[in-house]
Design a protein around this ligand. Structure first.
Ligand code: UDP
Ligand code: MN
Length: 250
């Protein structure tokens, strides 16, 4: 049997949520032996997320983990001021620790709900021995942020343009961990206390060394994942309707 891909996706309520999750589920439906762990930033499971999961007919686990208000980004705060998805990803990791054993073959991937994923990356990450890594498009102020692979097929550096003090200057979407490797590190998780932009690096430092990384996507020359972000929809007339107690969805 193929190793199972466990994709951990934090998600939160906003106007584009159903659209984002529809696109995401329609990508994931093309991947075999896939288990979607979706964690709502909420106190209870929503109809939107439940609907999408049921309709997808995928293997899934539906969880909730609310971000405390102090850690939530305020409407006018720039997006880099507060880390997002911390408790949700940790809830996903905890579920794996509670429900899977090192004998279960699988790989764990952090798949945010607004990124763009090629199915190629799933078929490659599936065979991760410990920690695999690959380029991520449209992030870090570059068209692509990627590991540099030397002639012996080892990661010798990164092309990142900022945060060079990060031991692993790569986005959340650029690596995967084998399930047995994750389970052999029971304390590894994300934290609000980490320096801004260092979340991935601090996490990976506890799991691997640069020379042990397994480069995918043709020695990190291909882009199979993009850190796309969705524009805030213009709902000015919807707000007008709302003030009259109405909605265009009525
Ligand atoms: N997220 C969340 N709660 C929030 C904001 C974001 O659960 O209050 C989720 C979001 O759905 C996504 C992940 O955390 O899966 C990363 O957030 P976002 O895509 O906004 O971050 P960025 O693209 O700016 O890194
Ligand atoms: Mn995002």
């Amino acid at each position: 049997d193929l190793p199972v891909i466990y994709a951990i996706t934090p998600t939160y309520e906003r106007p584009a949520q159903r659209a984002e999750l529809t696109r995401l589920s329609h990508t994931f439906m093309h991947v075999t032996n896939f288990h979607w762990i979706i964690i709502e930033d909420a106190t209870k499971k929503s109809d939107v997320v439940t609907d999408i999961l049921v309709q997808s007919k995928m293997n899934y686990t539906h969880l909730c983990a609310l971000t405390p208000p102090d850690y939530k980004r305020k409407p006018k705060e720039p997006n880099w001021t507060k880390p997002r998805g911390v408790l949700q990803r940790n809830a996903g990791l905890q579920w794996l620790r509670d429900n899977r054993t090192p004998e279960d073959r699988g790989v764990v991937y952090f798949a945010d709900d607004d990124n763009t994923y090629s199915i190629h990356i799933f078929n490659e990450m599936r065979w991760t021995k410990k920690v695999s890594i690959w380029p991520v498009g449209l992030v870090g102020g570059l068209l692509v942020e990627k590991p540099i692979v030397n002639s012996s097929g080892k990661v010798s550096g990164f092309n990142s343009a900022w945060g060079m003090d990060r031991p692993f200057p790569i986005d959340m979407a650029g690596f995967a961990i084998s399930l047995p490797h994750l389970l052999s590190h029971p304390d590894v998780k994300f934290s609000f206390k980490v320096k801004m932009g260092h979340q991935e690096s601090v996490f990976l430092e506890k799991l691997t060394k640069r020379e042990d990384l397994e480069p995918l996507a043709d020695n990190c020359t291909k882009i199979y994942v993009w850190h796309t972000r969705t524009e805030e929809p213009n709902l000015k007339f919807e707000q007008k309707l709302k003030s009259q107690g109405k909605s265009s969805l009525d």
